[in-house]
Design a protein around this ligand. Structure first.
Ligand code: PHE
Length: 356
């Protein structure tokens, strides 16, 4: 039985697609295939014939097997290219209306804060979440043995940075005060929203939470500026003119004097509604920047004064949008996100209402 090797190999190389190639394989190497038949014919040969024909037939089989494998790889690569080409997504296309996904309430509130404070001349500053001891504590007038360090339930890293400083997850956004004062000349007006970490967990505490820091440094800044700024911010944020604040003497190592700020609320149908001065709830910490903090940043306290405040963003979101369990913020439950999330197209503006 003669076989036209050249012709067979040409057909394999020319197979237009995988099914055609498979047909060639079956006709050559399948049960009824030509090469299979040749191999079977070996059994009927004499020993001498087999010695001459055997290697020739095996070589032929190998040649054909290799040719098929080669063609198969080529066809498969072409098929993949074709698929990839037809499956491209045009990322520049506008999103279809009513598409899935939304803005998390925390992101929404951060956008609202940026909008409100931009109107008051503040810019947004950021700092690293992995901080060193010096920025998170020491420069903020919290020395090594200060009890406030224990109060912060700090997550420490085992490693130190290149200069032997102990690294930690920042326990508040206040280190951004330090970074801003070290890198910018006054006058300074910034807010610094971001993630913060403490080892704490219950319905109103999660190990990761969000704060917004505020910092103003200028000449002749006093407590009145602080109170006006907070009042203006909270009236805009809660979209109510009857927001009443109460400043209570308090203590933070990095402010002097320090004030805890309470906001007045009433209870309506079992829900807290902000406004008025019926009852009080604690909302944020604040004070005049401590002279030692200014000095640590190379500023002369006789020339520059300022105020700072720090406020929980998750808390702000809960109060405005009515969630009562903080832990659900970070569960990633789609039903929760659909219920409390915001449309990506609904950008908060002061004119359109920051509440979206
Ligand atoms: N950093 C303080 C805290 O996390 C809040 C604060 C910020 C207080 C700025 C005063 C001034 O509790």
């Amino acid at each position: 039985m003669a076989i036209d090797t050249e012709d067979l190999l040409t057909r394999i190389h020319a197979a237009p697609d995988l099914p055609a190639l498979e047909a060639e394989r079956v006709s050559a190497l399948g049960k009824q295939g030509l090469i299979t038949a040749l191999l079977k014919s070996l059994g009927k040969m004499t020993a001498e014939e087999r010695q001459a024909e055997g290697p020739r037939i095996h070589q032929l089989r190998e040649q054909v097997t290799d040719a098929i494998a080669g063609r198969k790889a080529t066809l498969e690569a072409a098929e993949l290219d074709r698929k990839l080409a037809t499956e491209t997504l045009d990322m520049t296309l506008p999103a279809a209306p009513g598409s899935q996904g939304g803005v998390h309430p925390v992101s929404q509130v951060m956008d609202e804060l940026a909008e409100i404070f931009a109107d008051l001349g503040f810019s947004v500053a950021t700092g690293p979440e992995i901080e060193d001891d010096w920025h998170n504590f020491t420069a903020l007038n919290i020395p090594e043995d200060h009890p406030a360090r224990a109060m912060h339930d700090t997550f420490y890293f085992d490693q130190t940075d290149g200069e032997g400083r102990r690294m930690l997850l920042r326990t508040h956004t206040s280190p951004v005060q330090i970074r801003t004062m070290m890198s910018q000349k006054p006058p300074i007006r910034i807010i610094a929203p971001g993630r913060t970490y403490r080892s704490d967990s219950d319905a109103t505490h999660t190990p990761m939470f969000h704060q917004v820091e505020g910092l103003v440094i200028d000449r002749g800044i006093h407590l009145g500026h602080l109170k006006w700024t907070l009042e203006t911010f909270l009236k805009a944020y809660f979209e109510r003119d009857d927001i009443v604040l109460r400043l209570r003497p308090s203590f933070f190592p990095f402010t002097e004097p320090s004030a805890e700020v309470d906001v007045g609320y009433t209870v309506q149908n079992g829900r807290r509604v902000l406004g008025g001065s019926d009852r009080w709830m604690e909302l944020l910490g604040s004070g005049m920047v401590h002279p030692k903090v200014l000095e640590a940043c190379g500023l002369d306290p006789d020339e520059w004064q300022g105020f700072a405040f720090g406020c929980g963003i998750d808390r702000l979101a809960m109060l405005k949008y009515g969630m009562d369990d903080l832990r659900a913020f970070f569960d990633g439950d789609l039903r929760w996100l659909r219920h409390y999330g915001f449309s990506a197209l609904d950008v908060p503006t002061l004119s359109g209402g920051v509440g979206a």
